[in-house]
Design a binder for this molecule. Sequence first.
Ligand code: NAD
Length: 397
Amino acid sequence: MIIKPKVRGFICTNAHPAGCAANVQQQIDHVKSQGPIAEGFKGGAPKNVLVLGSSTGYGLASRITAAFGCGANTLGVFFEKPPTEKRTGSAGYYNSAAMQQAARAEGLYAESINGDAFSDEIKAQVVETLKRDMGPVDMVVYSLASPRRTDPRTGVTYNSALKPIGEAVTMRGINTDTLVVEEVTAEPATDEDIANTVKVMGGEDWEWWMDLLMKEGLLAEGCKTTAYTYIGKELTWPLYGKATIGMAKQDLDRAAEQIGSKLETIGGECRISVLKAMVTQASSAIPIMPLYISILYRIMKDEGSHEGCIEQIHGLFDGQLYGEDRHIDEAGRLRMDGKELRDEVQSQVKELWGTVTTENVMQLTDLKGYKEEFLKLFGFGIPGVDYDADINPEVDL
Ligand code: NAD
């Protein structure tokens, strides 16, 4: 099969196996080039790591960092589409296959469970796999990003909403299909929208995972756990930080306190990690993010401070989770978003946001870079990959 990108709105409905493998390899190469993590750190690097949401974006970068930076065995959980003879799998499926193959080639254990991490069934499979193969974990990364969640205790399915709170918000955004810059109005959330979004993207499921692993004796002494969040500044607050998704992220803070106090009994640590805005499948679905990220990337690339998922996560593990260079805020969160939130950067973003139009968006922003990064998420546009070659979409996981 010859595989070319099929982009529909803010998603690409297919993926390139060799391109995804090349993308994973680039991340592995970056991690290896930085040397081993936690050398000299008194707690040592983690050796058995569970990553929930490990197939794309920040979760994939976490799994790669754990394996190739810490030498850890990894169990990854994700929800991805396997390929068939006629249809490609999803990018996360191919990423995971490539990651596992590379880790196993280095003698590391790397196994995956593909299914709904919110369900009891997948939780039970993880418990069984850990008991059989890996033993207790010394790190759990929670990096799920999902538009819906079925609560296994009630069977009710909740859909998250990306809406402002209180009043409607009109903001400039870009239609990534037509490349038209336009004012978009988002209507305010109802109380139900807020509650549903908290149910999907808040901390309850993370707590349930940690309670189960603790009950089953699968958390090692000193185990660390982290979940990822985005906070941003005034510009993104109306549709992120102070909107429905922001409420869900506040609930993560609540969950972190609960989990943290339970982990004290085993000398463990629970931290929320605040990461920078990044092109991922999840962020491209949030209306303001493509324009915000296009402007931000332009500014951060110009000043030489741009980072991708792998640089952010490697920095988080090496400097903060397993290092001495910690940036802890008043709420106890680890901050990796300092460069993005600097006043100099944010004031330039604000200025550009006010002047950008359909006509000048290519010159003023890094929309070109945004689009390239977006396609790269699905394994397209990567130098060295032959996109005219006939390739078998069926890859074993
Ligand atoms: P992503 O879309 O790249 O990854 C989401 C992961 O969750 C994938 O591995 C997917 O398979 C998995 N997943 C989704 N639903 C699932 C389910 N029901 N069961 C099992 N797995 C499931 O997203 P991302 O941008 O890397 O986001 C990960 C976390 O990082 C989120 O909490 C997000 O809010 C946070 N974050 C993202 C950004 C950003 O700009 N992208 C910034 C800061 C923090």
